[in-house]
Design a protein around this ligand. Structure first.
Ligand SMILES: *[C@@H]1O[C@H](CO)[C@@H](O)[C@H](O)[C@H]1NC(C)=O
Ligand SMILES: *[C@@H]1O[C@H](CO)[C@@H](O)[C@H](O)[C@H]1NC(C)=O
Ligand SMILES: *[C@@H]1O[C@H](CO)[C@@H](O)[C@H](O)[C@H]1NC(C)=O
Ligand SMILES: *[C@@H]1O[C@H](CO)[C@@H](O)[C@H](O)[C@H]1NC(C)=O
Length: 366
């Protein structure tokens, strides 16, 4: 404002120098008044009117309405506080329950782990008992073996009816050669191939095939008495097989080699053949022990077949005689060497060589 006045004074001085003095002062007065009306006063009035509007509004709000809003807010706050308190309560409850559950869980856990420890100690004691039992069994087995040897030494030498000594492959310990055997029920001494290389000593070899040099397409009589060459391929003979297995319980061991260079064995803990009237039926086969899988070869109560004496009712034996046929492709005496198969996993596996052997059963295996 002082700047404006200074400017106006300057203007007045200037105009004063051209007109009379009285006139100039009036003009200044008028101008100031006009300006005051135009600017200063109106600005102030605007401001003061706004101010009064505001204070009216404030008054409006400070009055009932504002109070009611505050009250409402207060009541809301109170409500929220109540809710908060109840939530807090809930949380407290929950926490408590949680604590209780935790304690319960811990108790149960401890119980379980105690049970586990108990069971563990039971198992440990069982294992300990078991191994001490096994040890006792082993000791007893050793004692029995020792007694068997002593008894064997005390027993008078077994003899044939004609007072000749009984000779089996066991009499020729460690022999894998052709020996002359004398066995009860078989009138004459006979030559047989012994084997001590495949599965311990004392085995009589009853069948061998490995090169197809011997014809296995034979009639009943041939199978009855045996055929072939003891140094090559042969079949031992059903009658001797019957007499020997009748005389003493024998085991059967079959060794098979295939064209994948696998060697497998199938061992029957017992093997007994009936007499000729029963068509040399398999009277007994014991447990089968093998490192092949699912080999189907022999079965109890099955009669022997040759092409001139057919006892077989399976389709698979047509043209494939010389065996105790079961529902299986296995026939180790099949006529043609090139058709030598055994059945494994229900598949025919081509066989390169066979060796069948028998040996008196040891009640205690080595
Ligand atoms: C182990 O054997 C001992 C004595 O022979 C016996 O007292 C104990 O109960 C056996 N333990 C078990 C778990 O069978
Ligand atoms: C048979 O072989 C075993 C083991 O090699 C040997 O201890 C035993 O003395 C042999 N028996 C004979 C009669 O040669
Ligand atoms: C079997 O063994 C022979 C001789 O060691 C070898 O020549 C042949 O390749 C082998 N066959 C298979 C199928 O492994
Ligand atoms: C089966 O056992 C025989 C005799 O112990 C062994 O020579 C052969 O390698 C074994 N075969 C298999 C496939 O384990």
């Amino acid at each position: 404002m002082s700047m404006l006045i200074l400017f106006l004074i300057c203007c007045a001085t200037f105009s004063g120098s051209t007109g009379n003095y009285h006139n100039g002062l009036d003009i200044v007065k008028d101008t100031i008044t006009g300006l005051e009306e135009k600017c200063g006063t109106c600005g102030y009035q605007k401001l003061s009117s706004q101010t009064s509007e505001t204070s009216e509004t404030i008054q409006k709000y400070t009055s009932q309405e504002y109070e009611s809003i505050i009250k409402e807010k207060d009541s809301q706050i109170t409500k929220l506080q109540v809710q908060l308190a109840s939530k807090k309560e809930n949380i407290k409850d929950f926490k408590k329950q949680l604590e209780i559950k935790t304690v319960e869980c811990e108790a149960r856990l401890e119980e379980k782990s105690n049970q586990l420890a108990d069971q563990k100690s039971i198992i440990q004691s069982l294992v300990a008992n078991c191994s001490s039992g096994t040890q006792q069994i082993n000791e007893l087995q050793n004692k029995v073996k020792f007694l068997e040897i002593q008894m064997e030494a005390l027993r008078p030498k077994a003899v044939l009816e004609n007072n000749k000594e009984i000779l089996t492959c066991e009499s020729f310990e460690n022999s894998s050669k052709i020996e002359v055997l004398q066995i009860p029920g078989i009138a004459e001494p006979f030559s047989a191939l012994c084997d001590a290389e495949v599965a311990g000593s004392g085995w009589i070899v009853i069948q061998r095939r490995f090169d197809g040099s011997v014809n296995f397409d034979r009639i009943w009589e041939d199978y009855r008495f045996g055929f072939g060459n003891l140094n090559g391929e042969f079949f031992f003979g059903l009658e001797k097989l019957h007499q020997i297995t009748k005389w003493k319980p024998h085991e059967l061991y079959i060794q098979l080699k295939d064209y994948n260079n696998r060697t497998l064995y199938v061992r029957f803990e017992q093997f007994e053949i009936e007499n000729e009237e029963s068509d040399y039926m398999i009277k007994r086969v014991g447990n089968c022990i093998t490192n092949a899988t699912n080999v189907k070869i022999l079965q109890k109560n099955i009669k022997f077949n040759t092409r001139d004496k057919i006892n077989c009712k399976y389709f698979s034996c047509v043209g494939s005689y010389g065996w105790w046929h079961i529902a299986s492709m296995s026939n180790l005496n099949v006529p043609k060497y090139s058709q030598l198969y055994w059945e494994e996993y229900n598949k025919a596996i081509k066989v390169k060589s066979t060796k069948m052997m028998i040996k008196p059963k040891r009640w205690l295996q080595d």
